[in-house]
Design a protein around this ligand. Structure first.
Ligand code: AMP
Ligand code: MG
Length: 348
């Protein structure tokens, strides 16, 4: 299959309406289209068409028990696919939609189990990206879209990343440039008495709490004990695994730097993930600067691209500083720990 990569200028969407219509037609015909969102690139299919959803699993090599998030373009679309909208969900939607927040509801019958991985609940998000929303409208209003990477690889933050993984597997990729956030959406389950965070993201625990009051965090996310199963089926898989062994190094910065410099002296090719503030202190290895500690979002938005670069550079092992900041740092560390298979060392 030939994969068409189409540039869409978001400032002048009307110039590309013909291409957007073409993309919508592919979706309505049961095909796949990759597209930008503010979090990461998504791989879209008609969420109400079981056969189309199946194609997503096939293209990604995704385990079939890992449910898909359904994307909508307008808040009114929510009622079409969920049994009811609890008050707290309506408040969260008013506060954070369109945006990087996914909510779990009881599904209506029209949502096939092929989309929800066999669950009677459905995850829904209304993205803010204008290309995404136009595509969703053109595609029939309900677009199931996981991240557009091959399962197990870092999520794509540019159309080029999507092309690397999906060329030959899907007919079309819409290129809207690099995404602004770079980590997947925050997932909040609203089917129980209290909201529960199933996956951390740009919308932090405090932001959710400021709208809903009491919030819980899924034990499967925070427990050191890996026998505690996360409630979001996808969170149990080791995602974002770079080809090299990755280890996170924690402790006072001076000790972290000296430990990593020592490791770089060992034979083999070593990768280092550091920040603008520490860059000058590393003298060996394949050193990549992820962003600035003064700008948390810069760290989030570069993480996946850096993991992909290390794959290209064919390093043997990677050492990363820790980025445990109070805001989006929680989501960054969740992804980094998964990429590291939870290997971290404290050098204090
Ligand atoms: P991705 O689309 O690749 O960002 O992955 C979607 C994430 O949402 C996975 O971790 C899924 O397990 C989770 N998810 C989707 N639907 C549900 C649901 N109904 N209940 C719990 N988690 C869900
Ligand atoms: Mg994913």
């Amino acid at each position: 299959m030939q994969t068409e990569l189409i540039w869409i200028d978001r400032e002048h969407m009307s110039l590309h309406i013909h291409k957007m219509e073409q993309a919508g037609k592919i979706l309505r015909g049961g095909g796949l289209v990759a597209f930008p969102t503010e979090t990461v690139y998504g791989l879209g299919a008609d969420a109400l068409n079981e056969e189309a959803a199946r194609k997503i699993y096939e293209a990604k090599g995704r385990p079939s028990d890992n449910p898909l998030i359904v994307h909508i373009a307008d808040p009114e679309a929510l009622d079409g696919i969920v049994e009811s909208v609890p008050e707290k969900a309506a408040a969260l939607a008013a506060a954070f939609w369109p945006g990087p927040l996914t909510m779990i509801f009881h599904k209506k019958e029209c949502v096939p189990y092929g989309t929800t991985g066999g669950l009677s609940t459905v995850a829904v998000r209304m993205p803010s990206d204008e290309i995404a929303r136009e595509l969703i409208r053109q595609g029939g209003g309900y677009v199931a879209a996981p991240s557009a990477n091959v399962s197990g690889r870092p999520s794509p933050t540019t159309a080029q990343h999507v092309y690397e993984d999906m060329a030959g597997r899907i007919p079309m990729i819409l290129d809207g440039g690099p995404v602004p956030i770079g980590l997947e959406s925050t997932i909040v389950d609203l089917t129980g008495e209290r909201p529960v965070i199933l996956r951390p993201g740009y919308i932090t625990l405090d932001m959710v709490r400021s709208v809903t009051g009491e919030v819980e965090v899924d034990q499967g996310l925070i427990a050191e004990d890996s026998s505690v199963r996360p409630k979001a089926p996808g969170m149990k898989y080791r995602h974002y695994a770079p080809k090299a062994d990755l280890q996170i190094v924690e402790g006072p910065m001076e000790q972290v730097i000296s430990y990593i410099n020592e490791q770089c002296a060992a034979p083999g090719k070593t990768g280092v993930i550091c920040t603008e503030e520490t860059r000058e202190h590393y003298h060996a290895g394949d050193v990549k600067c992820i962003g600035s500690r003064r700008d948390e979002l810069s760290i989030a938005s570069h993480l996946f691209a850096i993991l992909r670069e290390f794959d290209e550079d064919q390093v043997d092992r990677i050492y990363s500083e820790s980025f445990d900041t109070p805001g989006i740092g929680q989501a960054v560390m969740n992804r980094l720990l998964k990429a590291a298979g939870h290997r971290k060392i404290d050098v204090s």
